[in-house]
Design a protein around this ligand. Sequence first.
Ligand code: FNR
Length: 194
Amino acid sequence: TTPKLLAFAGSLRRDSFNKKLVKIAAAGAEAAGAKVTYVDLKDYPMPIYDQDWFDQHGFPESVLQLKGLMKDHHGFLIASPEYNSSISGALKNMIDWTSRPEEGEAPLSLTCFKGKTAAIMATSPGGLGGLRGLNHVRSILENIGVLVIPDQKAIPGAYQAFDEAGNLVDEKTHDAIASIAAKLADVTAKLQTA
Ligand code: FNR
């Protein structure tokens, strides 16, 4: 079956470099035969997870929509900015919300994550490109049952790395991202038939 991938960035910022990056990866995965859905987390606003708030209101509609989308896909393409050498608050909060069980689901069923695949990447204006943050993103995802492929990329010097149209200026860097996306499509397809 055709692998279905959900692509998103861990940044809400309109001009986010990581949104540009994940769109390039999405095109790479599509070229490799995957069906890709891109979502902008800014379109799914949610409060910071607070169990008291949850007990009173339940899941926000945005989280239910996102959970539905995640369950409908086999894997994730994620570009995450590095905040203070770690995962962005927006991405962590989204993971926290979507990892919570819905009514009728077992507490640790993790239906949005368990058995899914992911490829992770980052870009930042800094010299490490967000590499330290990726270590944390990988660890979090793996701990909730996501198979994160070993191939990953952090692209430094974001202001110089992208052109006006949002493409990566350096061809080798572009090819590296496309290749990671293709690898995810391939691994995800193989897991579907395994
Ligand atoms: C940053 N930034 C940053 N960059 C980095 O390489 N290492 C870091 O630890 C941090 N820390 C950090 C903390 C906070 C709170 C902010 C707001 C920013 C800079 C960051 O990489 C830059 O703003 C990117 O442009 C964010 O990614 P998007 O939004 O362009 O995708």
